[in-house]
Ligand binder design. Structure first.
Ligand SMILES: Cc1ncc(COP(=O)(O)O)c(C=O)c1O
Length: 312
């Protein structure tokens, strides 16, 4: 068997894991807060816009019922090549799934197909930055206007940047990343989301933590001697989806990863990749071609390097 994907975990993650175990607190704690801060700095996002959860799929499922409440439109446009959680989440939220063609050369949603399928009943477009290759979000916004939600599945796009250096995931109304065992930042399992709108963000956080108000502390954090730490007012219903300090022991991967992205964008720019890969969902189809030498993701470079070494 040819090993295509190999997680690269720095030794410091193991050291950090030992510290987490020594701390006696393996749940969501200070290390998660630091992870969220470091992630926001890496993305150049506002600190409060970033939150974490058990996995990216949870974020995909959580966002749709929240935006559904804010509009009477019911259609969600989804690229025909997408992670299964997206289509499932649309149906689960009682919304109408509209599958839209992708571009043959990038695997990204076709903006022409968006135009053809667009009408007043479109609530959102849930794009995937396929293999980390950025969708033209400005072009998409130009087509759908300001009232339609643009949701960015950036699961494979951590480290992808636009020509001006903007991180992928900062242009839409929502973005999510995955830190599962097949991604660039490996936390075992885990997900992160960026939500710029404060009200949507708070509802989102509540729905992923039992309906507990986003400003509320839980458990030990609440014990200050005076408060009734056992008593909670719940704002709504919700599940429980938690990124823990054990997962956040991967925090140093952000530091290792950051200079690598700079290196990749300077070294790899002239070598554009025409087709990228979503891990474990499609066969490798990586070709180095004369596609426009604009943006390339760290993920693509990793795949390219593997593919090149396979044919060499
Ligand atoms: C494009 C894409 N979206 C979403 C996900 C879901 O991520 P998670 O495994 O963290 O739920 C994945 C995972 O492979 C993915 O590749």
């Amino acid at each position: 068997m040819i090993n295509i994907f190999q997680p690269e975990i720095p030794g410091s993650s193991l050291d950090m894991l030992a510290k987490v175990f020594d701390s006696n607190w393996l749940g969501r704690g200070k290390l998660v807060a630091e992870f969220e801060l470091r992630l926001s700095q890496f993305l150049n996002a506002e600190k409060q816009e970033i939150t974490t959860m058990s996995c990216c799929s949870d974020a995909i499922f959580a966002i749709l019922p929240i935006i559904k409440k804010r509009s009477s439109a019911r259609k969600v446009l989804v690229p025909s090549v997408s992670f299964p959680a997206v289509g499932s989440a649309v149906i689960d939220a009682g919304l109408e799934l509209v599958l839209v063609d992708v571009e043959a050369d990038t695997g990204n949603i076709s903006l022409d197909a968006v135009k053809q399928n667009f009408d007043d009943d479109v609530l959102a477009v849930f794009i995937t930055h396929y293999g980390g290759n950025p969708v033209d979000i400005s072009g998409l916004r130009g087509i759908v206007g300001s009232k339609v939600f643009i949701l960015e599945d950036s699961a494979c796009a951590l480290g992808s940047v636009l020509d001006d250096g903007t991180s992928v995931g900062l242009q839409g109304d929502f973005a999510c990343w995955s830190f599962d065992a097949m991604k660039l930042l490996v936390a075992g399992e885990g997900g992160g989301a960026r939500i710029p709108d404060r009200d949507i963000r708070n509802e989102f956080k509540e729905s992923l933590y039992l309906g507990l108000p986003a400003s509320e502390k839980s458990g030990l954090d609440k014990v200050d001697g005076s408060s009734e730490w056992w008593s909670y007012e719940l704002n709504s219903f919700g599940r429980r989806s938690v990124f823990t300090d054990v997962n956040a022991a991967s925090i140093d991967e952000i530091a290792v990863f950051a200079p690598a992205v700079v290196l990749i964008s300077s070294v790899a720019k002239p070598v554009a990749v025409a087709a990228a890969v979503v891990p474990a969902t499609l066969p490798i189809k990586t070709t180095v071609a004369d596609a426009p030498a604009k943006t390339i993701s760290a993920f693509e470079v990793k795949v390219t390097v593997v593919a090149v070494s396979l044919v060499a």
